[in-house]
Design a binder for this molecule. Structure first.
Ligand SMILES: CC(C)(COP(=O)(O)OP(=O)(O)OC[C@H]1O[C@@H](n2cnc3c(N)ncnc32)[C@H](O)[C@@H]1OP(=O)(O)O)[C@@H](O)C(=O)NCCC(=O)NCCS
Length: 160
């Protein structure tokens, strides 16, 4: 059973480190070195993470026995998932699955009708297993480097 709790300010530095390691060690399994470098350059500072996670969105973290964050995700009021990142040491073990389930339950409590995101290759694989569909592949450039992700969505209730 994974322990999942809301974000606290003191989690922000660890989240930066998880972002960095997830992109470099997991992202590099599906993206090239230049793509990983530009993705890594988008890493928020701890201050920016703290600011974002308190802008009205719900941010949940999975923590270990020492209450140290090992994975995190968020949902904005309109259903947008901005972040889904796991420490490489715990990826593939079902911890992110429990974390996501808690986020979806929270989104339903908030009466959010649809979850959506722009998912990396790995996030796409993960979210498809959670009932998301791919809307389209998105090809774009970051600092002149071509990269891609996928617009994905999941309806939580029928449109009214
Ligand atoms: C997205 C993420 C949080 C999913 O968590 P997870 O615990 O790895 O989830 P899953 O076990 O379902 O794995 C998802 C995919 O990642 C890959 N993967 C996961 N663990 C892996 C590992 N240890 N080695 C190689 N590939 C791995 C697999 O391709 C897997 O897809 P599959 O099950 O269809 O083969 C995690 O992979 C991650 O942090 N990735 C890097 C950051 C990222 O892409 N974030 C999303 C930004 S949009």
């Amino acid at each position: 059973m994974t322990n999942i709790r809301p974000f606290r300010d003191s989690d922000a530095p660890v989240m930066v480190e998880i972002f960095r390691r997830a992109v470099n060690e997991l992202g590099s399994l599906a993206y090239g070195p230049e793509q990983v470098a530009v993705w890594a350059s988008l890493q928020p500072t701890p201050e920016r993470f703290a600011e974002l996670m308190k802008d009205g969105r719900c941010c949940l973290v999975a923590v270990d026995h020492d209450d140290q964050v090992v994975a995190f995700t968020d949902v904005e009021k309109d259903g947008h998932i901005g972040f889904l990142y796991a420490l490489p040491d715990i990826a593939g073990r079902g911890i992110v699955s429990e974390l996501y389930d808690a986020l979806e339950a929270e989104a339903k409590t908030q009466n959010i009708g649809k979850l959506y995101s722009e998912a990396s290759e790995q996030a796409k694989s993960f979210l498809l297993k959670k009932g998301f569909s791919v809307v389209e592949r998105r090809d774009f450039e970051v600092a002149g480097v071509p990269i891609h992700n996928y617009a994905v969505e999941k309806r939580l209730r029928k449109p009214s």
